[in-house]
Design a protein around this ligand. Structure first.
Ligand code: 4AZ
Length: 241
């Protein structure tokens, strides 16, 4: 998990994920003209400096550049309103020293359709709010949720004139307290899937936190950029640089 840091904004505005020793995967809407300028890696409680492992302390890395998807767009009006191609890559100025607390999230080498993930169990994490309009959290939170049937999510959001396309997936959950969801401050963080790779359970990037309608409303799952729809862009961007 990465926490993006900006020069002049509240500290937990966006998360991200390490995908190799130099790059962080996040959302395009997390990139503005002012940043992010730094990325915090390997931390759990961002308000303290004491309780973490002394062997593997958290570390702040500087950002060399941030690249938004060239077709990132926010559509405000009409029936096709929405946020599209909400994905970005952040390059650090130096290599991350990979350790038990700073490990890359795997990127698939082949893509499935967004709807192929229907019903999948997935995981989210971040320092975002735990309730709508609530404060963001100092201690990283995580949750296990489920991918919503794609056609059902499209139908749900169409009631708000918001389009969910085939490069997006939706997910949420429910527990005794109500809906389980991402919220403000979780943007850019990863939606993760545990998959077998060479007989080992391995964490993969399934999505990137993008938007929602409120938070924790069981009828409105969170919307995520579908990472496997962007494998070519991710691969080319990282390989070129
Ligand atoms: C946000 O503002 C945000 N419930 C992220 C996720 C969701 C809503 C808002 C999904 O960063």
């Amino acid at each position: 998990m990465a926490l993006l840091q900006y020069s002049s904004e509240p500290i937990n505005r966006c998360g991200g994920a390490i995908i190799n020793d130099r790059w962080i995967l996040t959302a395009a809407h997390c990139i503005n003209s002012a940043g992010p300028v730094k990325v915090l890696l390997g931390d759990l409680n961002i308000a303290t400096t004491t309780e973490e492992s002394t062997q593997y302390p958290p570390r702040v890395y500087n950002v060399e550049k941030a690249i938004k998807h060239p077709e990132y767009k926010r559509v405000f009006r009409g029936n096709g309103k929405g946020l599209f191609n909400d994905i970005a890559l952040v390059k650090l100025t130096e290599r991350i020293s990979i350790s038990p607390v700073m490990k890359p999230l795997c990127i698939s080498d082949s893509s499935r359709l967004a709807s192929d993930l229907d019903g999948q169990q997935v995981y989210v994490a971040g320092w975002g709010a735990t309730e709508f309009a609530g404060p963001t959290e100092a201690l990283m939170q995580w949750a296990r949720i489920n991918v919503t049937r794609h056609a059902q999510c499209q139908e749900t959001y169409s009631r708000q004139n918001t389009a969910v396309d085939n490069t997006q997936i939706c997910a949420n959950g429910e527990n005794d307290l109500g809906g389980v969801d991402t919220c403000r401050g979780d943007s850019g963080g990863p939606l993760m899937e545990r998959r077998n790779h060479r007989n080992r359970l391995t964490w993969y990037a399934a999505g990137v936190v993008s938007f929602g309608s409120g938070c924790g409303n069981v009828n409105f799952p969170g919307v995520y950029t579908h990472v496997e729809s962007f494998l070519d862009w991710i691969g080319c961007t990282v390989a070129k640089d």
